[in-house]
Design a protein around this ligand. Sequence first.
Ligand SMILES: CC(C)(COP(=O)(O)OP(=O)(O)OC[C@H]1O[C@@H](n2cnc3c(N)ncnc32)[C@H](O)[C@@H]1OP(=O)(O)O)[C@@H](O)C(=O)NCCC(=O)NCCS
Length: 422
Amino acid sequence: MEGCMVRLRSVHFRGALSAQPIIVNFHELFQTRDAPTILPMIKNEDVLRAVVALLDTSLPEIGPRDVHETVHYPGIHTIILSQDHADVLKDYRGRASQKETNLSPVPCKTRVEADSTHKLLAELYSDSEESAEETSEEIIATETSISWSWERFCEGLQEFVDRARDRKEKRAVQREDGKIPPSAVGVESLIVAAACYELKILSTGDMVLQLSLLAVRKRYRHLGIGSYIMELLKTQSIVGKYDTLVAHADTDAIGFFKFHGLTDDPLLNDQFKELKDDWTNSILMSYLPPFTTDLEMRNPVFSLSLREVEMDMDVARSQALFAYQQQVMCVTKLLEEVKILRKQLDLQREEVDRLNSKLEQEKRKRHDIENKFLMYRLKNTKELLDHIASDSEQEQAKPGTQEQETAQSEEPPIQTPEGAGV
Ligand SMILES: CC(C)(COP(=O)(O)OP(=O)(O)OC[C@H]1O[C@@H](n2cnc3c(N)ncnc32)[C@H](O)[C@@H]1OP(=O)(O)O)[C@@H](O)C(=O)NCCC(=O)NCCS
């Protein structure tokens, strides 16, 4: 896509809704002097505010400031689907002519949130209005701002919301008589859907189309508008050439993206992890386009060649082979490791058995020694007792008292003529 804005052909959706897709690079647009207006008679700044309001209301987890940063980020393209002013007016007038009892306001899914900017923006897309209105024509001069910022976004926001509120009130007042003036239809009524995407080159060299935000106004959902935007993103002749489409899918919208061929396979999507952001409640999903995209189909000299397919198959085969070899190497090493560990275990078991039997032997030896020792002590004790018993028997067998014994022992032996002592 060249330039900061591209208008595509109007599209008809289910329910006879007709909308024109416009692809805008807001960052470039705001840096361009005398930039063209995105929507007739509406300031480009207000279109940006309305787009941020729609995205912020539909994806409240992100926060208005981050939504604004994304929409205005260099390189980001925003797909805007807007209805024709006359169609919206006709629609309002048609609804106004119905009885009030026929009005079926779509309940507002706004969150109670401290963020005042979010509250202001949510007011634009509460989708709770059912109106018949009328106002004065507002011709707004085209303005381009050279340095756009969040501060500038907020500066004019209150006034923008006040004007939208006025329009809503006028539509409500005029509902009675069915006269809704064209000026009661503002940019917030025209925009039905918006999506932000960016072409990025990954560190691997792969070109990725990153879809960061996508929202369809609540009352226009299930008419095929989201699907149209997905088809647009798959049309490389419009959005540019890429290898993979990666989406930050809100968890509630995973089914929608699966319906459009995106996968949430975590292993496959791991290669895009450098695109991961801090937004809550969102996961990365990816879509791989076929080898032959619309770009090739549009080429008059294009002929279906299987060369690219074969080259990709070769790469896949060699990568699969490499992965297989790595796995086999790893498993083989693990098996060897198990064998070594088992051998060590067997050796340790043998050693434990050997030590156990030695312990048993030692226990037996010790038991024998203790027995012998006891026997020895028993024998000694018995001998001692025997000895004491025989001594006392001898004592009893001798005549006289101990004194006599003592005296006898102290008296010198009587010498007999034979010279022998008695
Ligand atoms: C998700 C979203 C963009 C779909 O837009 P839409 O215009 O309603 O989608 P379509 O009408 O093309 O839906 C086509 C089919 O997709 C499926 N689908 C649509 N929304 C779905 C969802 N939220 N979950 C699961 N499947 C969904 C349905 O099968 C639908 O067919 P049906 O209408 O016959 O039932 C819209 O619901 C939306 O803005 N949601 C809030 C914001 C959001 O979640 N954005 C996406 C993440 S960034």
